[in-house]
Design a protein around this ligand. Structure first.
Ligand SMILES: Nc1ncnc2c1ncn2[C@@H]1O[C@H](COP(=O)(O)OP(=O)(O)OP(=O)(O)O)[C@@H](O)[C@H]1O
Ligand SMILES: [Mg+2]
Length: 338
């Protein structure tokens, strides 16, 4: 595997995000309040099994998961999640990313209609993670990165000078391949963004309704409601990933980026997360990278196929997966390569 591929990048991203959180925590003394001296920059899930790195390693969709709903399509031919497919919450235009002068993305255009699930697929190394990380400006944390083009979020280019990166990363949340809860209680993980955004430190009781709401939306409440003070790291991998989604939801994002969020999970947990993604869509927009084509078909309203840093084809997921226009998409979705 190329040493620059996902796992190390994930860790770097997680560290960056945590460092930003940590910065806020230092301001608000939340870390002390959480009573946990553990350094949050240390990868929190060292005990997790290594993530699968190839499509073949990713657990196939469970046969017993009929509850993972297929994306519904309206009579107009557009997914039911999406009120107006011309209403783009994200419009990526001419995005070029290079590392040390080596161009990885060659002028990518991607549309994400508001409320939709956009599945990004393509062979390993084609630039999916780089693309995702460019949507909340994590790519530029690599000192060798250079980025041109635009990422319009609600019509404003996030690369404009003066963009508030903390606000951007709240509006565009990210869920990583490996669940990365903070080393603190379940409650404190979810309350974190709420505390950070409050002017004065809110009481636990005042936060409880919102924490409950977010945990319910993340499909975790029933499993944790009796012990919200349990350390988040003691949860199972699938529960940790749902907690990370809850923590992201707590910041009230418009878009959630998910980079292979199920690749470290078993089939049952994968089905739970898929169900959750479909439920969340509509109220927010999800861009998900997955190597699991069956998953992309099940949950994607829209899909984009990338190859060697170019978007080969994008559109309604059903069209891209079942009736692709390009021969190379056809080869990829039929499993001939990738
Ligand atoms: N920080 C970096 N510095 C140098 N090269 C990088 C960096 N990040 C990514 N790359 C390179 O960019 C290319 C695309 O990597 P990326 O992780 O985006 O691919 P991917 O499509 O997500 O692959 P996978 O499916 O294996 O996760 C790879 O050749 C990778 O080595
Ligand atoms: Mg990747």
């Amino acid at each position: 595997m190329d040493p620059m591929e996902t796992p190390s990048n994930d860790r770097a991203d997680e560290r960056a995000v945590r460092q930003e959180w940590r910065h806020s925590m230092d301001r608000t003394a939340d870390l002390k309040a959480a009573g946990d001296p553990t350094d949050p920059t240390v990868p929190a899930v060292a005990a997790e099994p290594p993530a699968p790195t190839t499509a073949a390693d990713v657990p196939a969709a469970p046969a017993a998961a009929p509850e993972a709903p297929a994306a519904a399509t309206s009579s107009s031919g557009h997914p039911a999640h999406v009120a107006d497919p011309r209403d783009l919450v994200l419009a990526i235009r001419g995005l070029r990313v290079s590392f040390s002068g080596n161009e990885i993305l060659h002028g990518v255009d991607i549309d994400a209609p508001r409320g939709g699930v956009v599945a990004l697929v393509g062979p390993s190394g084609c630039g999916k993670t780089t693309l995702l990380r460019s949507v909340n400006r994590l790519t530029e944390l690599a000192p060798t990165a250079s980025i041109t083009g635009e990422v319009q979020l609600d019509g404003s280019n996030i690369y404009d000078r003066g963009t508030d990166l903390n606000l951007l990363r709240r509006r565009v949340g990210m869920v990583f391949q490996q669940p990365n809860p903070f080393p603190m209680t379940i409650f404190d993980n979810v309350a974190f963004a709420m505390r950070e955004q409050a002017k004065t430190r809110p009481s636990r009781s005042s936060l409880m309704p919102a924490v409950q709401d977010v945990l319910q939306r993340a499909g975790l409440w029933d499993e944790v409601k009796d012990n919200l003070d349990r350390n988040a790291l003691s949860l199972s991998g699938g529960q940790q990933q749902r907690l990370c989604i809850a923590r992201t939801l707590a910041a009230n994002p418009e878009v959630i980026l998910m980079d292979e969020p199920c690749s470290a999970l078993d089939p049952r947990s994968t089905a739970r997360i898929e169900e959750l993604i479909v439920q969340l869509a509509g109220s927010l927009t999800i861009v998900i990278v997955t190597h699991n084509l069956a998953q992309a078909k099940r949950i994607g309203d829209y899909a984009a196929y990338l190859l060697n840093g170019d978007v080969i084809e994008q559109g309604l997921a059903q069209q891209v997966f079942e009736d692709p226009t390009e021969q190379s998409t056809r080869d990829f979705v039929s499993g001939m390569f990738g």
